[in-house]
Design a protein around this ligand. Structure first.
Ligand SMILES: NC(=O)c1ccc[n+]([C@@H]2O[C@H](COP(=O)([O-])OP(=O)(O)OC[C@H]3O[C@@H](n4cnc5c(N)ncnc54)[C@H](O)[C@@H]3O)[C@@H](O)[C@H]2O)c1
Length: 439
């Protein structure tokens, strides 16, 4: 990740290919949204790269450009989309099937969406038990499958006349995998692929193919994927940016907004009970206990890191944290998440907070995909290699350098992101000290 202040950033010339693994609710809502914005039908609400500003210099300087005017990001008109999925439906049919966006809006975007047909996936049902599909590659070994992906990425890039490509995992959550000795080095990893070792999940094969192809990679699901030494070292070696894991939307977004506030006022926590009903395909996949375990690990760690019970035992020792996801088909993508938060204040007096968030999962995730694609490409053109911790803002379970705990507080994450952009452009970092105004 280290990069010099005022780094030389190569210009965003030519087309940027965005390769999505999985063409489901999140991916199609993202692509359709970008097409709608390009046609002037809608605004890119929720996207920091498109709508966010950044303060520069002193508060009295009045310099507050849009982020997209401050750093050289690819423009929406230059984005080209490609995808892999185990179902052969075009982005148009997949979007209709996902049922997130209205049919009337999709009808107006039919032409660009129908052109996006998913390439055959690298898939193995033992890693996503609730799904099976036909649009799947065959190969003798996992290494063969990786080679097929590498060839396909090169062909796709050429055919679509892209000068750069980024890859984002927006496919189903795989079963929970622990780090394994074969993940340690590139040699052991490649050997394990050749031996069809079960510790190598399909998502790792995509990540490996991306990194072998000079393509930065982001992981939007909680799977281990690129968060293993072999692939982190490959990213470093090939000077490629990587980040993950698990897009921060819905209930966890709320948690990382509210928990820092409670902690900042030294209010204690007895317990936080979170439950969801969700009826989309993601919900169906997460109904399998092995896939849910991956998600649960990702969701549970957030409060521990933000509240630091070891530093504040009187406030946060032994709080109870429960997370449930219930698959309930009638709700489709329109998830409902309830939180019951048992807090305590002055002299230990108990209080409660209740949240009922009627959210739309993919509506919250789509702008994250856009921002990640643009920021990953920026990182790449700025010479930032390896784990991009400044993109923690977008993740439930941010990937960090080995041995470093992740920063979950969304306000710290935002400051880190903006200060990274200031650093890149040679501007002063903003500490909010502000003593100079009182000299
Ligand atoms: N929507 C959110 O708010 C949100 C937040 C955090 C994480 N996520 C994660 O993002 C991912 C996508 O979510 P979604 O709602 O779009 O789910 P979805 O089920 O609608 O789409 C996932 C797609 O991935 C495909 N797929 C599965 N395995 C594949 C493989 N090996 N190769 C290629 N395609 C494969 C499936 O066929 C499906 O079409 C999930 O892992 C989800 O947990 C979503």
């Amino acid at each position: 990740m280290p990069v010099a202040k005022q780094a030389e950033i190569s210009p965003a010339e030519g087309k940027l290919g965005v390769l999505l693994v999985g063409l489901g609710a999140v991916s199609t809502t993202f692509i359709a949204g970008v097409e709608a914005v390009k046609k002037g039908f809608a605004q890119p609400i929720g996207s920091l790269t498109q709508m966010g500003t950044i303060r520069l210099g002193k508060r009295t300087d009045n310099r507050v450009p849009l982020i997209k005017d401050f750093v050289p990001l690819a423009q929406l008109k230059d984005l080209v989309f490609g995808a892999w999925d185990i179902f052969p439906d075009s982005a148009y049919d997949a979007a209709l099937n996902a049922g997130v966006l209205e049919k009337e809006l999709l009808a107006q975007l039919k032409e660009p969406l129908r052109k996006i047909k998913p390439m055959q996936a690298v898939f193995d049902q033992s890693y996503v038990k609730r799904l099976s599909g036909t649009n799947v590659k065959t190969g003798k070994t996992k290494f063969d499958l990786a080679q097929q992906l590498i060839d396909e990425i090169a062909d796709w890039k050429k055919k679509n006349k892209c000068s750069r490509v980024v890859m984002i995992w927006a496919a189903s959550t795989e079963i929970f995998l622990k780090p394994h000795p074969v993940h340690k080095t590139l040699d052991t990893f490649e050997q394990a692929m050749k031996e069809n070792h079960k510790a190598i999940a399909p998502s790792m094969i995509y990540a490996y193919a991306a990194l072998k192809s000079g393509v930065p990679f982001a992981n939007g699901a909680p799977n281990l994927t690129v968060d293993i030494p072999a692939l982190m070292n490959l990213a470093d070696k090939n000077r490629l940016a990587i980040c993950g894991k698990d897009f921060k939307t819905g209930q966890t977004l709320m948690k990382t907004i509210i928990a820092p506030g409670l902690k900042s006022r030294m209010l204690g926590l007895h317990g936080w009970y979170s439950t969801n009903i969700l009826g989309n395909r993601d919900g169906e996949v997460l109904d399998d206990p092995d896939s849910f375990k991956t998600k649960e690990e990702s969701k549970l760690s957030v409060l521990e890191y933000i509240l630091q019970p070891e530093v504040y035992p009187d406030l946060y020792k032994d709080f109870s944290h429960v997370v449930r996801i219930n698959y309930y088909p009638p709700r489709g993508d329109n998830k409902e998440g309830w939180d019951n938060i048992d807090i305590f204040g002055w002299l230990g007096y108990p209080m409660q907070i209740k949240i009922d968030f009627l959210c739309r999962d993919s509506i919250l995730a789509a702008p994250i995909v856009l921002d990640l694609a643009l920021f990953l490409d920026l990182a790449q053109r700025s010479g930032m290699k390896g784990v991009q911790e400044w993109l923690s803002f977008y993740f439930k379970s941010p990937q960090t350098a080995p041995g470093l705990y992740p920063e979950h507080d969304i306000f710290i994450q935002l400051m880190k992101l903006k200060n990274t952009l200031r650093h890149l452009r040679g501007e002063d970092l903003i500490t909010h000290l502000g003593l100079e105004y009182y000299d």
